[in-house]
Design a protein around this ligand. Sequence first.
Ligand code: 5GP
Length: 478
Amino acid sequence: MPRTRSLQKALFEVAKAVNSTLSVTETLNALVESATKATGAKACSLFLLSPDSKDLLRSAYYGLSEEYITKGPVKAERSIAEVMQGTTVLVKDVTTDPRIQYRREAKKEGITSILSIPVFLHQETIGVMRLYTKDPHDFSKDEVEFASSIANLGAIAIENAKLYESLRSSYEEIRQGVLSWYDILLDKPRPTSFGHPSEAEFARILDFYHILWVYEPRSFPITWDNGNVTEMFTPDFYLPTLDMYIELTTMRQNLVTDKNRKVRRLKELYPNVNIRLVYRKDYFRLLARYGYGPLKEAEMSRIDKVLFTAFEIEERVTQLGEQITLDYKDRQPVFVGVLKGVMCFISDLIRHVSLPVTVDYMAISPYRTETPGSVAIAKDLEISITGRDVILVEDIIDTGLTLNYLLSYLGTKKPASIKVCTLLDKRARRLINVPVDYVGFGIPDEFVIGYGLDYDEIYRNLPFIAVLKTEDSLSGAW
Ligand code: 5GP
């Protein structure tokens, strides 16, 4: 344990670690890790009391083996019961103290002393923090106060996230249901990847609105053959505070029928389960209106469908940037963007290129009707590209006329090399076959807007790429 003078510093370090994240799980993990390091103990754990006050559910731990952690349920009334009454308890020797529920396991883990500190919230004990030492240790008054301060930081972290409050208020309703979401929430870590980008995007919207969610919370058996389960259904999300399962159907339309069947079956078999199907149309409406659309609903009604969500674009642009980084290793390419449609794409792209880069822009004036296919330079390059490796960046290649013109124009400036990178490629409309080295997405023959692309100078600020409604279909808004 640190000396009194350095306890203050150690507490500061713990507070810093705990404050560095907004997620409850990460906060609690930071808390136990920094508490272990700051006190010089062997390990630290934090348990929360289950809603029925019978069990201590492990919420975070540091310095303990998986074997020790999975030794079995920790009973609140057996395991250091006084702590739950609000008293700090020191067990100096775990091997002999009858209050310790798992003595043999503790010895095997190399634990000798355990300091248990109650975690308070609104004058109620909501859990316990434990510090474990290798050698027998008498905790001084200062050390106990220090550990209590840390435990209270944990309580504040929980309070901040409103986790405990929602756990308590929702518990009674959920008790009638098929599972306790408390268990799921504590046991299921946030996923690092999702089955489909739309699920990741949906999770972000939920985060944005501070709605707790669990990804693929559980699988429900829905078909049996001779007593054996032959089909399971795993909804995409569970929203504990709404006690609602969500199944997204934003992917292929042909999957919708099957999903409908599964959802119907689930409702028959598990009438207590509240499940909602979110259709592609509903989902994009949600995205456009709440999640990401900066435009008012009135303007949104002109949007036919979203082709690529903000998340899908981000993912693809990241990949392109990483590919360019690899391809141009040890070189300093010049990115030449063709204004204005390229503005979002190029600014995101270059931020994923880990090379020293130069950026310049060109602008061309629109096609002149009197000479179709001819382009005029409205803004030329400001830097010299002679002898440089140029990457020409386009928002979209349609007929290929613009690109063809620009390539031959830039060629006269004698760069060392020229490659083309476009976010969108509308191949079906190509008139001139131009070489394209990096393509974000191939798209069908439709007029697209958003993420820099305009229609009549608006819609550039949409964070997704969408198809604009044709004049005829405008009456049939969503
Ligand atoms: P291209 O010369 O290849 O036919 O056309 C390229 C230019 O036409 C792009 O840089 C873009 O300004 C415009 N363009 C082509 N297709 C679309 C589209 O679907 N949406 C928008 N907003 N602009 C397009």
